[in-house]
Design a protein around this ligand. Structure first.
Ligand code: FAS
Ligand code: PHB
Length: 403
């Protein structure tokens, strides 16, 4: 077994792990990333598309903003369409100047990978048998296999950035963690296509046939989603069938403008709300999807990961720069406040915008739930105060200051 050392061991080389690694390295805090798959595989995952201002600011702080500033699109609003009505949520006006950035997670990840490589920082891709040890001591370590060699990575702290299916959360003894979960009775069928977007901004559409979302990655690349039953399979959906259904769910004027073309990616993602409490155990800190999952209806998954990274990074700075060894004991408490606010918003948007005809949520009958949600939309969208509630959460609640 080869013994190696670092200050912060990062398990998982997705956006959480890469962003944390970049921020720490910029402050001279040594870190090593252990990633299960190859960098190409990580880049092949088509995920988020919208960045909150807080995430954009953090990418600037990490020094990986150049391409985003050039190629990203600033959005000042988005549309919600339902049952023949259509409202533009003017987030810029409603939040006194805030906006969101349309720039794909794949590109964020690519920028972070390139910056990490340029700094000569160590990432062990295609690692296996990752195990966390001695979490409750001041000498935790990670063992893993890489290129048939077994390693022991000694460190001060372990950041569990290994997503929902990773090893980190499961390394917290079951009787030391509480998990909260809601699995939605439907999924999102997503298509990526090299076709011009149907609109300059996003359109969230609620119809009797189900939810649809029109998003984008650039002026020539579109991202569309359809709500489909959990039992549905990607192979049930030809490109033609997808475009036909999308046209029936988008507002008529948008459907008329829809440019169709071959899908370059097509997949179905399940939707769930999930939180693990606490988000830390001894010297292990859970970050991003390792700790929580949100339904993508609020465009929050990647952004919530970014706010976890910001919180943990600032607390680690206090440990290493101010010798405040106890600072990290507040990570979970601080992170969870924003996590639950964001989980609620994502759950609320999902309830309002999807069809639950197959699943009476917590209401005796889906029919009355559908009426409740229609009146929820009527109320919030027809009052400026209501639109303001949506806008202030869509741009992202402020990060809690780490004092
Ligand atoms: P990730 O899951 O991205 O990264 C974890 C990394 O850890 C992976 O690279 C994995 O290979 C690695 N890993 C796992 N187990 C390991 C182990 N044992 N050892 C080492 N490494 C290990 N969010 C949005 O905001 N909008 C969206 O539209 C959206 N769509 C999504 C669609 C899908 C199908 C999924 C699954 C998620 C989607 N999300 C979306 C959420 C998503 O963007 C996440 O929030 C984001 O990827 C979180 O980043 P990480 O926390 O780094 O986790
Ligand atoms: C996306 O572009 O992938 C996207 C945008 C907004 C969402 C979900 C997904 O709410």
């Amino acid at each position: 077994m080869q013994s190696i050392n670092t200050k912060v061991a990062i398990v998982g080389g997705g956006p959480s792990g890469l962003l944390l690694g970049q921020l720490l390295a910029k402050q001279g805090i040594d870190n090593i990333i252990i990633e299960r798959v190859s960098s190409d595989y990580v880049l092949g995952r088509i995920r988020a598309g919208i960045l909150e201002q807080g995430s954009v600011d953090l990418l600037h702080e990490a020094g990986v903003n150049e391409r985003m500033d050039k190629e990203g699109h600033v959005h000042e609003g988005f549309d919600i369409a339902y049952y023949g009505k259509r409202y533009r949520i003017d987030i810029n006006k409603l939040t006194n100047g805030k906006t969101v950035m349309c720039y794909g997670q794949t590109e964020v990840t690519r920028d972070l990978m390139e910056a990490r490589a340029a700094k000569g920082l160590t990432t062990y891709y295609q690692s296996s048998d990752v195990e966390l040890h001695e979490l409750k001591t001041d000498q935790p370590y990670v063992t893993f296999k890489h290129n048939d060699e077994v390693y022991k990575l000694n460190c001060d702290y372990i950041a569990g950035c290994d997503g929902f299916h990773g090893v980190s959360r499961k390394s917290i003894p079951a009787d030391q963690r509480t998990e909260f979960e809601r699995v939605y009775p439907f999924g999102w069928l997503g298509v990526l296509s090299d076709t011009p977007p149907v609109s300059d901004e996003l359109i969230y559409a609620k119809t009797k046939r189900g939810f649809a979302l029109a998003s984008m990655r650039s002026a020539t690349r579109s991202r569309y989603y359809l709500q489909v039953p959990l039992s549905d399979k990607v192979e049930n959906w030809s490109d033609e069938a997808f475009w036909q259904e999308l046209k029936m769910r988008l507002p008529a004027d948008a459907a008329e403008k829809l440019v169709t073309g071959p899908s370059i990616e097509k997949s179905i993602a399940p939707l769930r709300s999930f939180v693990c409490e606490p988000m830390q155990y001894g010297r292990l800190f859970l970050v991003g999807d390792a700790a929580h999952i949100v339904p993508p209806t609020g465009a929050k998954g990647l952004n919530l990961a970014a706010s976890d990274v910001s919180t943990l990074f600032r607390l680690l700075l206090k440990v290493y720069n101010e010798d405040d060894q106890d600072a990290v004991s507040r990570y979970s408490e601080i992170a969870l406040r924003r996590v639950w606010q964001t989980e609620r918003f994502s759950w609320w948007m999902s309830n309002m915008l999807h069809e639950f005809k197959d699943d009476p949520v917590n209401i005796q009958d889906a029919k009355i739930f559908e009426r409740f949600m229609k009146s929820e939309l009527d109320f919030y969208l027809n009052h400026e105060e209501g639109q303001k509630v949506i806008a202030m959460q869509y741009v992202g609640l402020p990060y809690e200051e780490v004092l």
